[in-house]
Design a protein around this ligand. Sequence first.
Ligand code: BGC
Length: 750
Amino acid sequence: MKKNCLLVPAVLLVAACATAPSPQDRLTVNDKKIEQVIAQMTLEEKVNMLHSKTNMSSAGVERLGIADMHYADGPFGIREEGVPNGFQSAGWTLDSATYFPTGSALAATWSKEMAYLYGTGMGMEARLRGKDVILGPAINIQRLPVGGRTYEYLSEDPILSAALALEYTKGVQDKGTAVCIKHFAVNNQETNRGSVDAQVDERTLREIYLKPFESAVVEGGAMSVMPAYNKVNGDYCSENGHLLNEILRGEWGFKGFTVSDWGGTHSTMGAMLHGLNVQMTGSNYLGQPVIDSIATGALTEDLVNEKVKQILRVRYAIEAIPDDVANTKMTSQPESQDIAKRVAEKSIVLLKNEGVLPIAKSVKKIAVIGQNAVLKTQSGGMGAGVKALYEVTPLEGIRKRAGADVQVTYAPGYKNFPGRRWGPAPAEPNPLEATAIDEPADPALLAEAVALAKDADLVIFFGGTNKSIETEGSDRKDINLPTGQNEVVAALHEANPNLVTVLISGGPTDLRQLEPVSSAIVQGWWNGTEGGTALAEVLFGDIAPSGKLPFTFPMQLEDSPAYAMGNFPDPNAGGDLFTLMYRQDVLKMTPAERQAFLDSLPKPVSKYTEGSLVGYRWYDTKNVKPMYAFGHGLSYVDFEYGAMKASAKKDVVKVTFNLTNKGGMSADEVVQLYVSRPEATVEWPVKELKAFDRVTLAAGETKTVTLEIPVKDLRYWNVDKNAWDLERGKLVLLLGSASDDIRRQAEVTI
Ligand code: BGC
């Protein structure tokens, strides 16, 4: 952009550069045409656009050539086609999609490039399916280690989340599909998710919880936004004037449309007056009641016109795919499968290594133990499940890579906990399924696993959780490893101390018992279609591990901020798993009965008094040692951080240093720059991440790396002024390989 500006004469330059439209303003290019179209529409046609047509679409106006809007879950693969009025499978054959690594895995790459590519893969596959809007990315902050959707979300840190949310958004939208960023906002727990009031102070709201949304909207031009199920400071998100009208549209200049979470619309007047465009699903609020309210004068048709205009801006920006063009080839395509593999390769985090990894050439017999080595992870977790075209499990990946030379044996080791069952119970109990999450180890499975371990050169234990345990709709009760895994790993260690543990989970687990008995620990995530291939490449040393934790692994759950402050769990929480939309008894009630029922419900509250001390901000500030810190992740090589030069200009703080790969193989390092403010008069955490980059270095190579912090990112939300503000003064810049591994430091004054 700048270069082009320099080529034009000075007078034109001012005009040309000053008028470059922002990503949001680009959505308004068709406004004139849209107004003319709206003038031809009846009130009924307009209101018909404000609610669902089917479970995954909202109506256009066929008479005027306006196509319906087709939505697809997201965020880790285009969800299989459901029946028109529900989530049950439509039984299609061409709708198998690429299963991309889940949110925390993507975030563990700390790679803007990967997040962008990931978005392009999702965007491409959405187009093949004729989908206009992807219900994702899911970009809330991971506040609770037990959060049911912690695995869907990206990180506990707003800067990392914002950078990846921005690139994901750009990637999707560059492929001609709209994102619907979710869940706006402060959606950090599943317990009472349909009714809980998240009570958070304005500064924390702005600096922590809104930051990823702000970047995706303002810089990324996100075209649609999904208000969350919960309330924020008293009002449901789908009718929260502060969030939707004042901040999203007023301050961030959002020009697209909002879609309530499924069943998350709560009233006609609240939604209409406070910023909702489309009720998903149902029409009991934004259907006939809107027409009736206009008739009584309670609402104006102008307001309906404005909402329709916001929807049509996106409809005109996204090319509708004709029915005979969509779904003519398989959704999953090799190009996206390759992206999924590249993301997975960069996401795997080596938490601990006492030299057993990479697997030595002398290892000729490997015992793989644990059901998580064979469980497919594409489905489950509710909305974020994917019907994958294929999925390479860890065991398959290991077997393939090991080749004929190395014998790989397998035993399940422990029972799998399948969670709640939707269909009828099976006639015969499955001997590999536990009936309780904390069921102790099964003696027969344990004995079988120990026998294999004794007979092997190396044991790889696959532990962790599954998508019945970490899932939308409920939070975990604790972060303990389920179904006796600690007992199993202890017995394996006794049998053969040459033991590597691979954790297959989306969120953190309690590793206090497992850590001392494992010679190496790898966080392997739910890593998509090619997850098993990528894992094997890392274990065998074809590539060096390079993922870094996007969240803290606490030593114990009670150490984590919301727990330590007594803010979670709420002792009065009833734990409504689903929104009222799904409750048949509530659906059958008359409006008066329904209101009485709603009034009788408890009013759960979640207090956010830990403020901005979320994740590592808390552990650092309160001096609580975690099991593994935010940003932690080892490699097979060492990196040397050279002396750091730092400077502060008006708009940017910059550091430059040399980074050297001291090892014998190519490897990536994620360099992290934190800021500390020793003289601040405003309260701050001990340190905060402000910049990062992923650097690829050949064996022995040195590169000069520059990291920049825009000064605007150093501002805080001044509650007295109700505006962003900058406190000038001394900054300590802390450069390192993890939040607890700072290698260089320098001071600047801004
Ligand atoms: C989830 C959303 C999802 C929607 C549609 C809701 O229950 O919270 O994330 O996009 O369902 O499946």
